[in-house]
Write a protein that binds this ligand. Structure first.
Ligand code: XMP
Length: 509
């Protein structure tokens, strides 16, 4: 199978590059730049190498460098952003802060004819993010594109098949980015499009089978897409040696616990230990109104329950987790503000790491995980389900969490989701109901009512880092509001949340 090596120099979009290549059915794997040698690359039979971007300047003492022999292996190389500068620097050119200053965001790319830019018009939009730029070209290179601020937006040495682009072809804002990657992968590296998701499944199952032979594996199943797909994949590898602990904290959506148990346990044969711990979580949450406190309590209670269950199972060698690539990026951002203390299995303390961790989905993006899930035969409703936060409905109930409020919210949420699904609203990435702690006056028949205000929330987003509120047709909102106030006792009013993220977050708490 033809494969591309993505050499990681610490940029933000590194896995995105691999994902874009894989989406073209060519296998791409990401390796940290320190972990490879020129000989190793040659021996591994890669058809092409991509140097990623990175936050450094090639002249910083601590910045990542590469053995110059990598450029002489006869394997085509594409350098992107920092990778482009590194290629120039390594091949004997010079790099310096751009004379016209940093360039961030949209720019017009003026392209010339070359194998890499084949099919890219003379003017198109590209996406830039850099301070340094290539100043003097290395020998054998020529400039094949520029922007108003960047003289060497793309360079190439056709003879050695070395190409560099200052802009980011992997982001969707670069109009012909996909075409450029295709030119590299197919036109220049001559790869065959023969990689499919079932290759990933076969390889991962095989690797896990070898690595986990004879070992007992435990994992916390949340019923979300990632942990479900990871569990089914691991079950293929180790069968009964995998025990899934499903902690039902009583904060799940309507019928969710049974659904997960049936879909994964009964239908796919996973060994699931379901712990019904509602009582325990609700008493720990009694009287608590502060969002972060709720999250912390649920997180630590979850760990306690999981630990107790693990203790009952006996000897466990490894902990499996449904970590996916965006989790890896997010957890890497150590300096960023804690907006919300996200609770999921990734947050398990060190004492629970057992003999090691298995994370079979670590390199995949959400849509790839879904594809794996579909191919593993996991039901569509599970694979395509919207995200649901670890602390569950507790962060969708403003104020104290009680049984009564949970029951109102569960029903309201089920109605809203049903209405959206029935109407087939497009572009709705996540949609749910929130129970506010505001009670208002209403009138039903001739009588005064006094009940809760339910807020409906629906967002459109690609990555959940930013999101816009979904412009749901009025008729859908109307029927949802009508049904919620009529069918659910205790609700007097329904409102729709029209805030985007930022400034709001998707969840209310
Ligand atoms: P926010 O509210 O931070 O949500 O804008 C972004 C996405 O993350 C989900 N979310 C969570 N997921 N554990 C999770 O696994 C959590 O604690 C958590 N909090 C929020 C949220 O539903 C949205 O999809």
């Amino acid at each position: 199978m033809d494969k591309i090596l993505v050499l990681d120099f610490g940029g933000q979009y590194n896995l995105l590059i691999a994902r874009r290549v894989r989406a073209k059915h060519v296998y791409a794997e990401v390796r940290p730049f320190q972990s490879v040698t020129a000989e190793g690359i040659k021996a591994s039979g890669y058809r092409g190498i991509i140097f990623t971007g990175g936050p450094n300047s090639v002249y910083d003492a601590a910045s990542p460098h590469i053995d110059p022999r990598v450029l002489e292996l006869g394997i085509p190389v594409l350098g992107i952003c920092y990778g482009h500068q590194l290629m120039a620097y390594t091949a004997g050119g010079t790099v310096a802060p751009s004379e016209s200053g940093s360039e961030y965001g949209k720019a017009t790319l003026y392209a010339e004819d070359c194998a890499l830019l084949n099919g890219v018009p003379a003017e198109s939009v590209c996406w830039m993010s850099h301070t340094d730029g290539v100043r003097e070209l290395p020998e054998g290179f020529r400039i094949v594109a520029h922007t108003d601020k960047c003289a060497v937006a793309a360079m190439c040495d056709d003879k050695r098949k070395l190409y560099g682009v200052q802009f980011h072809p992997e982001v969707t804002h670069t109009e012909y980015g996909s075409r450029i990657l295709e030119n590299f992968v197919f036109g220049i590296c001559r790869c065959e499009a023969e990689w499919k998701m079932d290759d990933f499944i076969r390889r991962t199952v095989g690797e896990c089978r070898a690595k986990l032979a004879g070992k007992n594996v435990i994992m916390a199943l949340s019923g979300g897409v990632d942990s479900s797909v990871a569990a089914v994949l691991l079950h293929r590898a180790v069968g009964e040696k995998l025990t899934c602990v499903f902690v039902d904290h009583g904060l799940l959506r309507k019928d969710e616990g049974d659904f997960v148990e049936n879909a994964l346990g009964k239908a796919l044969g996973l060994r699931i230990v379901r712990v019904n711990a509602e009582e325990r979580f609700l008493s720990a949450l009694k009287g608590v109104t502060e969002p972060e406190k709720k999250r912390k309590i649920i997180g630590s209670e979850f760990i306690r329950v999981f630990e107790e269950e693990a203790g009952k199972i006996g000897k466990i060698d490894l902990l499996a987790q449904g970590t996916i690539y965006p989790d890896v990026i997010e957890s890497g951002k150590g300096d960023s503000d804690v907006i919300k203390s996200h609770h999921n299995v990734g947050g398990l303390p060190d004492r629970l790491k057992f003999g090691g961790i298995v994370e079979p989905l670590r390199e995949l993006f959400k849509d790839e995980v879904r594809e794996v899930g579909r191919q593993l035969g996991i039901p569509r409703e599970l694979v395509e389900r919207q995200p649901f936060p670890g602390p569950g409905l507790a962060v969708r109930i403003i104020g104290e969490v009680t049984r009564e409020k949970l029951s109102i919210l569960r029903e309201a949420d089920a109605v809203f989701r049903e209405e959206i699904d029935r109407a087939g609203v497009v572009g709705c990435s996540q949609y749910f109901a929130v129970l506010t702690d505001t009670k208002t006056v209403g009138v039903m028949g001739d009588a005064r009512t006094y009940g809760y205000t339910v807020a409906l929330r629906a967002v459109t987003t690609d990555d959940f880092m930013t999101a816009s509120w979904t412009k749901i047709p009025y008729e859908v909102l109307e029927s949802a509001a009508g049904r919620i106030t009529n069918e659910i006792k205790g609700v007097a009013r329904v409102v729709y949340d029209i805030t985007s993220k930022p400034p709001a977050t998707v969840e209310w708490e």
